[in-house]
Design a protein. Structure first.
Length: 464
């Protein structure tokens, strides 16, 4: 076995192995020599990529999928208590390990950067992974989205650095003990687990408390929630707080962001030195993510000018303003944005890069609880588009909530002056967009559910 493989992880079984977080851990374990197995509700490119690494992936959930000699069963918070494989694990007395504990075990003995925040985690983690690899440091990483090909969301590197996306949604990021932690922002979300901003602040404070003695917290200066956490933890023994942002008081100060089509040129002052580098994705928020990555890498001892240059190698991650293609003069772009702040940021970024083009959005709300709490804000965000098509709510792990539908968003959008079309049939969207779009338009498929599948269908319909 390769070094760094925990004994309990020699023969792991993953329930929901195709998920973004689970598949990454499974891949790293397979690369380290573990005999990986698992199951998922449906086959996918991710499942096929895991099989290419030697993993056994069953389709569907059944007690018989769990081998009796499995050393542990790995689950995420999305796995329900009545899952037959989970019940079988109890019968066989096989230990059940949460996804975050499995990831924490993979970090042991490595210099870790953990990236946290309500938005931007996947992008910032990807920026670090790509730039550190470009510098020849061969980091290990676990990201909540694919860089390019299926299965590219994780890697076991030969270097001594591990970059990980730290998920606050279920407080699982409390399991990590990074040398460097990033807090990009902190806003109220994940309403099934957090009832107030105070709970959010307390949860992030706990995360900061896990930083290794002598470690560093990199935190956004100008974002209210992140700045509040910085105020609360500043002075904590053994933790250096480094702020970044456009404010004069920021330790790493952004002095200029210059849009250049679908890229940006960013100038920062870090350790008294001015640096200018390119970020190959549009939008102010992506520029801030790149500066957070820069500050974290410098905190780990990487020369700023080297890392700034390497950050230019990052060209985006799947579903984060990813260009899916062009047909009949119409570009189709995919956005993972599902929180009002993310929606606004991506729409503003595209508006800044699109010149006089019209922006058409196909939006699929994600989760009943999020729509209940933030639906009106989602609707107001859609007013930034020229026209929108709104689908039914994607439930993911949730059961319906009486009275909570996409109409909450649609009513708010129309009150804000938005041009909105309601569409309950996802299969009809390609025809609807084809009837709306004109040469020069930009179409965004937006949301965290299966709305991403519509991009190819829209392109095919436009072509015909």
């Amino acid at each position: 076995m390769k070094p760094g493989l925990p004994t309990a992880m020699e023969r792991p079984h993953f329930i929901g192995i195709g998920g973004a977080g689970m598949s990454g851990i499974a891949k790293i374990l397979a690369q380290r020599g573990a005999r990986v197995a698992g199951s998922d509700a449906r086959d996918s490119d991710t499942a096929r990529a895991l099989r290419a690494h030697g993993a056994t992936v069953h389709i569907g959930h059944a007690a018989g999928h769990l081998a009796e000699d499995a050393t542990c069963v790995v689950v995420s918070s999305a796995i329900r208590a009545d899952n037959p494989e989970l019940a079988r694990a109890a019968e066989l007395a096989i230990p059940v390990v949460h996804r975050s504990d499995a990831l924490a075990g993979l970090m042991d003995g490595l210099r870790t950067i953990a990236v946290a925040g309500t938005h931007g985690k996947t992008t910032t983690t990807s920026m670090l992974a790509v730039s550190l690899a470009a510098l020849g440091l061969d980091p290990s990483y676990a990201i909540g989205g694919d860089l390019d090909a299926p299965g590219s969301n994780a890697h076991h590197g030969e270097g001594d650095i591990f970059v990980a996306e730290a998920d606050e949604s279920d407080r699982s990021f409390h399991r990590y003990a990074p040398q460097v932690a990033i807090i990009l922002n902190a806003e109220l979300d994940h309403h099934a687990n957090y009832a107030s901003m105070e709970e959010i602040h307390e949860s992030f404070e706990t995360f900061v408390g896990k930083i290794e003695p002598g470690g560093t917290l990199v935190v956004a200066h100008g974002q209210e929630g992140a700045a509040e956490i910085a105020r609360r933890v500043r002075g904590t023994e053994g933790v250096t707080v480094v702020t970044y942002g456009e404010e004069p008081e920021a330790d790493v100060r952004i002095t200029k962001i210059t849009p250049r089509g679908l890229t940006s040129e960013v100038t920062v002052v870090i350790d008294g030195r001015m640096l200018t580098f390119t970020v190959s994705v549009p939008g102010r928020h992506y520029a801030h993510n790149a500066v957070a990555a820069l500050a974290a890498g410098v905190a780990l001892g990487i020369p700023a000018h080297n890392l700034a240059s390497a950050l230019g190698k990052y060209t985006g991650v799947k579903r984060r303003l990813q260009l899916k293609g062009e047909a009949a003069g119409v570009q189709v772009i995919d956005s993972y944005a599902h929180h009002p702040t993310e929606m606004t940021a991506d729409l503003e970024a595209i508006r800044g890069a699109a010149a006089d083009s019209r922006i058409l959005v196909v939006f699929q709300p994600h989760l009943f609880s999020r729509t209940q709490e933030l639906g009106k804000e989602m609707g107001r965000a859609l007013a930034l588009a020229d026209a929108s098509v709104v689908l039914d709510i994607y439930p993911a792990r949730e059961d319906p909530i009486p009275g909570v539908t996409s109409e909450i968003i649609i009513a708010a959008a129309r009150s804000a002056g938005a041009d909105v079309t309601t569409e309950h049939d996802k299969g009809a969207v390609a025809d609807v967009i084809a009837g709306m779009a004109k040469p020069g338009d930009l179409v965004l498929t937006m949301g965290a559910g299966d709305v991403t599948d519509l991009g190819p269908a829209i392109l095919a319909r436009l072509s015909s």
